[in-house]
Structure formats: structure tokens, C-alpha cells
Design a protein around this ligand. Structure first.
Ligand code: PHE
Ligand code: ZN
Length: 860
């Protein structure tokens, strides 16, 4: 075999370079002989050239080629070219018509620490193939537009052997699976292990019975009930809301301990990070339950949006991810409180996506170039991708949206589609030109929508003038005007709605909306429901905000008004422009607390103060240099002032919101707990940990235990509780993750890096487990004032561990490097410290392509 030279400088892949694969691949047969060190994989591919002769290029990495045969005859090794990334057969060596290619390779699952391809987790074999993991299993055209039918045979002495599709046959030491639906290789999965199942079934709308199973390690089977319930509700919802029925006889979910991401939608065999499956009241928080519900739904919904219709290439990732996030958000909104869910989604969007869009990693929802595709599973592709669909739905209305989706499923079922295909179904079904709208997919950056008000008392005319602007982002200096759907209403002086909610479509850089026939100056409620992912800049007063916080009929904007009030006050405090917390703000919490019981979850959200990173972003956006220590102090000061002013009401609510019934993760009881714990968080600033101490002792569920623990850490009273918690949960990985995380999140900023070093030295810090690593590192980077400490100790500790982890698991390392994405916001001293750490990472010998690309972008 001739060895072609391999270039070390990674070349970017470009959307513009897309070419269809020159062969069809109808069918593939795979046989696995599993062994931890030497697993053998035999693959038989049924290929045919599409339009005349072409070289056959197959992807393959870390494979040891044992044999290769064309139409049953062993190939002379001299005919093929093998690099460390590809196997090529020249056109001249191939038949003009259909042929089969058989290969046998050996792979080493035990040595696979990157957790891509076939690997071992807690003694079981499992796979992760999205985006380009299948090439670590066998030689194959590992690209999503090559869709084939798979037959799989697994040989192993593990008791449970699973793959995609339907079971065909099994015996002692083997099992066979057949997936009738053509699929790209990234949806392939295999699991072999000593597993037990929680079983159930689901009867589809057309009356077929689907056998459901959630596979876990023995002992965990009593923590699967909630995931199973969420799965069945998801299946019913997709039928009733989108008319989508499940299409196999079985649906399997497997929980694994070592997983790079949240979960994976492999056809008929979803693989989940155990933390998104396993839950009991003692071990999981309300937030965990909520996430389990939404991720179970998300992966299930992929069966239609992602699997039946997949992506032509990885630039189209948002085609499946944006849409599936949008669908899981709709599901959660239907199953729980829509207003609360919307607020939580927007909080997450701003915290992660707006942050991304404002920094060196900004990229369009549909990027045009990448070095490592794993680096583009981002908040922009997922969350902004979902927002863009929400805007489309608003613009065409729910019926138009349903028509477009029906057309999408009709027209593209079985295909690998593009964003152009997606937009075209809306154009065709709703008779609309989406040329300008498409900028949401092709241009990065968060538009700023500036609004000024004009009141003409004599004419009774109220005018809103909108101007939009999107700042330059890497590689995109100039931006066009976006289509921005602005939902708005006008409130009269007594809080009545004098103009009910209406949709204004902004398309110009400058545009106004005029309202006539008004008897008094109204207060506008703009961007209701957060109808577009923009930064709304209003020239308005704290008094107008307080008015909206008290009276807006749109729950999102009511919450938003309170949030703006608090953020503005915090910004002023943090930069020394105010000497005391804003009395208008403090007063505004009075009516909120009086009324809190009508919607406890909503009240809890209103009581939550903007986070430190959010304040830093806002200061930076307003042209100031944020000081993390001052921000931390300002936030503590405001919280204390609120607690002092409303101590009685908070204390009363803390008692009234106590639930004596059995634990339920449902929205109602979870909302009461959220309110109670929000009150605790404020009261903790006054009672020096007294209530938290009592709660920690009596807590009957993890939600309360963990909140109490956080409060105790903040009041420096946690030593005993932390030790007790550690003893009690020593054997529970998912709970111990929380133990690490809570300590990092709430560590005093001056001691955060030291604390991190202390925790990292403990025997429980199993850093090779992605969840454990993320708990410690993610906790540190989310501790804003600790991570961005002026000493640089946070940056240094973090970079040390990124360098160490990169050799083990590049994907996790690259993802965690985003902690540095805000470094250009801060003062020159911090910038120099952060830059030096990034440069140190960049200079690491043997640095992975994943981390190399990220660090280069962060430094650009
Ligand atoms: N496709 C998965 C999801 O969104 C995410 C994922 C990507 C998982 C890559 C693993 C690897 O549901
Ligand atoms: Zn997804």
C-alpha cells in the first residue's frame, strides 16, 4: 500500500465546495466481533457509480485494515491509497456498474478516550457517530448525504446487544438487527453490555404497538420512570401536533456514564448521558427533571426532523437542530407553563448565544466554513436556529406554519436537505418571498433594535421609530437589514390595553409605526414574547419600566421590565454611578411578592437577579469596561437591600410555599419550590445561613438539599454539610457531580481558583469522566468574579486543565475553551492574562485540531 503524505495544517471545509458523492450506496452489512482491545469490524458495501467513472474515496481513521475485497476478490494492496484519514480506490480499478466492497478492520475501543466511534463506558460497549465518528469504526463515505439501509450482526458475550432498527434474530453470543429506513452513518449506533431495562409500550395513532425500553446499569432501573413517561408524552405530542408517527417496532434508549454531549438521536436507539435519563427525588433536582423531559422529547423528535429528513452536509446542521429545539420548546411549553418556559429559554439564549454572537466565536446560524465540525454544535446553531423558526412561525401564522411543515415532510422525506429547501417550503406553502429573511441564516451577530417614542398630544398620535443595526462579526464586516417581527401593545395610564398586541414587521434600517386616536400618552410594551432575537434598546425611564413590571398583560414583557429595572440598577452600582440601590426597583418587588402565589414559578423568575456575566455584557455593550469584582459586590448589595426591605413578605412566603405532600416534579409543585428557594436565597443574606441550615437538615429532595448547600457555602457555613453530603452520596456519580459544581459556583471569588485546585486533587475528581470534568471546570467558569479574578489564577488553572484534557478528549476540551470567549470585554490587565493563557494553549505540542481551531479563533 502506498502511503500518501499527510498535511499537518488543517484545511477548512467550505460550503461552497459541496459536491454530491459520485456513488450510490444502497445497502451495508456490518459484522462486529467485540473485544475491548481488538474489535473486528467487517463491512460489505453495495455501491454503484452515479454518473460515470470516479475514484472511490472512503473515510477512515485509527483503523487497522486487515483485508479488502472487490466483488468477492481480494484486492491487490498496490491498487489503493491509504492515508491516516482516507482510503482511495482509483476509478480505473472499479467496475462500471454496481459492485460490492468488503473490508475487515481492527479497532481498539479501550484506547478510545475521545469517546467518538466505538468506545467503552463503565464496561459496556457503546458508540457515538455524530458528526464524524463512524469513520473510526470502518472505511465508509462518512457524510450525511449518503443514506443506506443497514444490517448489523453483533457477536459478543455481553448479555444485551443492541443496534438500530428492528431486531431480526438473536442467539447465545450474537444478535442481528435490520434498519429498514435508509440513514446516514452518523445515525448508526451499537450498544453491548450488562444492562437492565424498564419496559413499556406505545400504541401509535394508526394502531401499531411500539415496544419501548430504557436500558441502564443494574440498580438504576428504578430511576427511569420519569424518562419513560416523558417519552410516551413526546410520542403522543408529535402525532397530535405535527401528525408524525413513529416508524419502527421498537424504540430503545440507553443511559451511559461517559458521554461528550447530552444525548444522541441514533435511529431507534437513542444514547443518553445518564444524567438526562436517571432521576429520583432524592438524587435529581426540579431542573434535572425539566431537562430530562425536554431532551427525551428532543431526541425523539429528531426521528422526523433529522433522521427521516436529514442534512445534506454539516453546514445545514441547523436544519435538524434548530427545528428540533424549536419543537422541544413547543412541547415543554404545552406540557408546562408557556410563559415560564419562554422566559427560561430567553435567559439561556442571552446567556449563551448572545454572548457567542458578541465575541470572537460569532458565526452564522448556517456557517460557511469550518475546520472541525464538532466545534459548530453551538448555541447559535441550536438556540438561535430555533428562534429563527419561531420568527417564521410568527410571520406566517400557526396555520401557515403547519402547511409549510406538512409540505416539508411530504417533499423531503427520505432526503438529505438544505436550508434553501426549508425556506422554499415556506415560500411555496405561504406564498411569501423569504430572500431578506434568509439573512438570519447567513449573517452572524445580534441586531440592536433601537426605539424612540414620540407623543403628539394634540393629534392623539403616538409614534415609535425603530432603527436596526448589526455590528461586524469575524469575516462579516457589513450587514444587511433584517426582517424583525415585533409584537407590541400599548398600555393606557391605568394599565388598560389601549392597543392590543399586534405584529409589526420591520424590514428597513429605519422604520416607524404610528398609532392614532389616543386620548393619553400610552406606555408601549415592545417585543412581546421576545418575538425576535434582538437587543432591544429603549430610551425610557425606570418609572416606565416599573409601570410595565406592574401592569403589562404580556407575561414575558412583565418579567422583562423587572429584569431591565434590576439590570440598569446593577450596572449603575457596579460602575459607581449610583451609591445606593435604586429605590424604585426595591419598591417594585412589593406588589410582586404580594401577588406571588398566583404564579409562584413566574414570581421566582422575577426574583432572580441578573447574573454577573449578564451585567458584564450589558456594561460592555454600553461602552464601559466591566469590573468583575465590582459587579459581584453590586449584586450582593442589591440582593441584601431587597431582602431587608421585604424581609417579612419573603419570610412569610418561605413558610407558605413549603410543601408537605410527596415530591412531584410537575410544574405546579416545582414552581412553589422555586419561589420558596428564591426567598431563601435572599433571606440567607440576612439570617446568616440559619434557614439554610435547617432546610439542609430536613430536606426530603435534592432540589432543597442543593439550594440549602449553596446558601451555606455563600455564608461560609458549609463545612459540615459538605462533608455529610459527600459521605452520603459517595457512590452516586451524578450526585457527586453536583457536589463539585455547587462548590465551584458559590466559591468566594478570591478563593475560587484555590478551591478548584483543592477539588481537583481529591480522589473523587475522576477527570476523564466528561460530566465530572464539566462540573468542576464549568462551575469555575460560571463563577464570573472567580474565573475573571484580577490575579489571573482562574485563567491559569483553567488553561492547565484544558491542556491536560486535550490529549485525552479534544471535543470536550474545545467546547470548554469557550469560557475564554468574553476575554476582549475586560480591562487591559485581564486581557493580557487571558491572552497569555490562550497563547500557551495554542503553543502546546500535539494540540488537537478541535482545540487548535477554537484557540485560533479566540485569539484572532
Ligand atoms: N445530535 C445531538 C442532539 O442534538 C447532539 C450531539 C452531537 C450528540 C454530536 C453527540 C455528538 O440531539
Ligand atoms: Zn439535536
Amino acid at each position: 500500500m502506498s502511503d500518501a503524505p499527510h498535511s499537518d495544517v488543517p484545511q477548512p471545509t467550505l460550503l461552497a465546495d459541496y459536491r454530491p458523492y459520485p456513488f450510490t450506496l444502497d445497502h451495508v452489512s456490518l459484522t462486529f466481533r467485540l473485544a475491548p482491545k481488538g474489535t473486528r469490524v467487517c463491512a460489505k458495501l453495495s455501491l454503484a457509480p452515479k454518473d460515470g467513472p470516479a475514484d472511490l474515496v472512503l473515510d477512515g481513521e485509527d483503523l487497522r485494515l486487515i483485508s479488502i475485497a472487490l466483488d468477492g476478490t481480494a484486492l491487490d494492496p498496490a491498487t489503493l491509497t491509504l492515508t491516516d484519514r482516507q482510503l482511495t480506490l482509483p476509478a480505473a480499478a472499479l467496475p462500471a456498474g454496481p459492485f460490492t466492497l468488503e473490508t475487515e478492520v481492527e479497532i481498539d475501543p479501550e484506547a478510545n478516550t475521545a469517546l467518538e466511534g466505538l468506545y467503552l463506558s463503565g464496561g459496556m460497549f457503546c458508540t457515538q457517530c455524530e458528526a464524524e465518528g463512524f469513520r473510526h469504526i470502518t472505511y465508509y463515505p462518512d457524510r450525511p448525504d449518503v443514506m443506506a439501509r443497514f444490517d448489523v450482526r453483533i457477536e459478543s458475550d455481553m448479555p444485551v446487544l443492541l443496534s438500530n432498527g428492528n431486531p431480526v434474530a438473536q442467539g447465545a453470543g450474537w444478535a442481528e438487527w435490520r434498519d429498514p429506513w435508509p440513514k446516514p452513518a452518523y445515525l448508526f449506533a451499537l450498544v453491548a453490555g450488562n444492562l437492565v431495562a424498564l419496559r413499556d409500550d406505545f400504541i401509535t395513532a394508526s394502531g401499531r404497538t411500539v415496544d419501548l425500553a430504557i436500558w441502564v446499569r443494574p440498580g438504576d432501573e428504578d430511576r427511569c420512570a420519569y424518562a419513560m413517561d416523558a417519552l410516551k408524552r413526546s410520542m403522543a405530542w408529535d402525532e397530535s401536533t405535527y401528525g408524525r408517527e413513529y416508524d419502527l417496532d421498537v424504540f430503545n434508549i440507553v443511559a451511559v456514564d461517559d458521554f461528550n454531549m447530552g444525548a444522541m438521536e441514533n435511529k431507534g436507539l437513542n444514547i443518553f448521558n445518564a444524567k438526562l435519563v436517571l432521576a429520583s427525588p432524592e438524587t435529581a433536582t426540579d431542573t434535572d427533571y425539566e431537562r430530562i423531559e425536554s431532551v427525551i422529547a428532543h431526541e425523539y423528535f429528531h426521528n422526523w426532523t433529522g433522521n427521516r429528513i436529514t442534512c445534506r452536509d454539516w453546514f445545514q446542521l441547523c436544519l435538524k437542530e434548530g427545528l428540533t429545539v424549536f419543537r422541544d420548546q413547543q412541547f415543554s411549553a404545552d406540557e408546562r407553563s408557556a410563559a415560564v418556559r419562554r422566559i427560561e429559554d430567553v435567559l439561556a439564549l442571552r446567556a449563551r448565544q448572545f454572548r457567542e454572537d458578541a465575541g470572537p466565536l460569532a458565526h452564522p446560524v448556517r456557517p460557511e466554513s469550518y475546520v472541525e465540525i464538532n466545534n459548530f454544535y453551538t448555541a447559535t446553531v441550536y438556540e438561535k436556529g430555533a428562534e429563527v423558526i419561531g420568527m417564521l412561525r410568527r410571520l406566517v401564522g400557526p396555520e401557515g406554519y403547519r402547511r409549510a411543515l406538512d409540505l416539508y415532510f411530504d417533499r423531503h422525506d427520505g432526503q438529505a436537505a438544505t436550508i434553501e429547501d426549508w425556506l422554499k417550503v415556506f415560500e411555496d406553502a405561504c406564498d411569501r418571498d423569504l430572500t431578506q429573511f434568509k439573512r438570519w441564516y447567513t449573517e452572524a451577530g445580534t441586531p440592536r433594535l433601537h426605539v424612540t417614542e414620540d407623543w403628539d398630544a394634540e393629534a392623539g398620535r403616538f409614534t415609535l421609530e425603530f432603527t436596526q443595526e448589526t455590528a461586524a462579526t469575524p469575516g462579516q464586516p457589513v450587514k444587511g437589514a433584517r426582517v424583525i417581527p415585533v409584537e407590541l401593545g400599548l398600555l393606557g395610564p391605568n394599565g388598560d390595553e389601549v392597543q392590543p398586541s399586534t405584529l409589526i414587521e420591520i424590514t428597513e434600517p429605519r422604520q416607524s409605526a404610528v398609532f392614532e386616536g389616543l386620548s393619553a400618552r400610552p406606555v408601549p410594551s415592545i417585543l412581546r414574547g421576545f418575538s425576535a432575537p434582538v437587543i432591544l434598546e429603549r430610551e425610557t425611564t425606570q418609572a416606565a419600566r416599573a409601570f410595565l413590571f406592574a401592569h403589562d398583560t404580556d407575561p414575558f414583557n412583565r418579567w422583562e421590565a423587572g429584569r431591565n429595572l434590576a439590570r440598569t440598577a446593577l450596572m449603575a452600582l457596579a460602575r459607581g454611578a449610583a451609591t445606593a440601590p435604586d429605590p424604585e426597583l426595591i419598591a417594585a418587588y412589593g406588589p410582586l411578592l404580594r401577588d406571588a402565589e398566583t404564579d409562584p414559578a413566574f414570581a421566582a423568575l422575577c426574583l432572580r437577579l441578573p447574573g454577573e456575566d449578564e451585567i458584564a455584557a450589558a456594561l460592555h455593550g454600553a461602552g464601559h469596561t466591566p469590573d468583575p469584582a465590582e459587579i459581584h459586590a453590586a449584586r450582593a448589595r442589591l440582593a441584601r437591600a431587597i431582602a431587608q426591605a421585604h424581609e417579612e413578605a419573603l419570610a412569610a412566603l418561605y413558610i407558605r410555599m413549603k410543601d408537605d405532600g410527596p415530591y412531584s416534579p410537575d410544574a405546579g409543585p416545582a414552581g412553589r419550590r422555586a419561589l420558596r428557594l428564591a426567598c431563601l436565597g435572599l433571606l440567607n443574606r440576612l439570617d446568616n445561613g440559619a434557614r439554610a441550615q435547617a432546610l439542609f437538615a430536613e430536606a426530603g429532595n435534592m432540589t432543597e438539599s442543593l439550594s440549602a448547600l449553596a446558601c451555606l457555602i455563600e455564608t461560609n457555613k458549609a463545612a459540615g454539610a459538605l462533608a455529610e453530603f459527600r459521605d452520603r452520596w459517595a457512590g452516586e456519580r451524578l450526585v457527586m457531580d453536583k457536589w463539585f459544581l455547587v462548590q465551584m459556583l458559590h466559591a468566594a471569588p478570591d478563593r475560587a481558583a484555590q478551591e478548584a485546585a483543592h477539588l481537583a486533587a481529591l480522589p473523587e475528581f475522576d477527570w476523564k469522566n466528561p460530566n465530572r470534568f464539566r462540573s468542576l471546570m464549568g462551575g469555575l467558569s460560571a463563577n464570573h468574579a472567580g474565573f475573571h479574578h484580577a490575579s489571573g489564577a482562574g485563567y491559569r488553572f483553567y488553561a492547565d486543565w484544558l491542556i491536560r484534557m486535550d490529549a485525552m478528549n479534544p471535543q470536550i476540551t474545545a467546547r470548554m475553551s469557550t469560557a475564554f470567549e468574553t476575554w476582549p470585554r475586560y480591562d487591559a490587565g485581564r486581557q493580557a492574562l487571558a491572552r497569555a493563557e490562550l497563547q500557551r494553549i495554542a503553543a502546546t505540542e500535539g494540540l488537537s485540531r478541535d482545540t487548535g481551531e477554537m484557540v485560533a479563533r479566540l485569539l484572532a
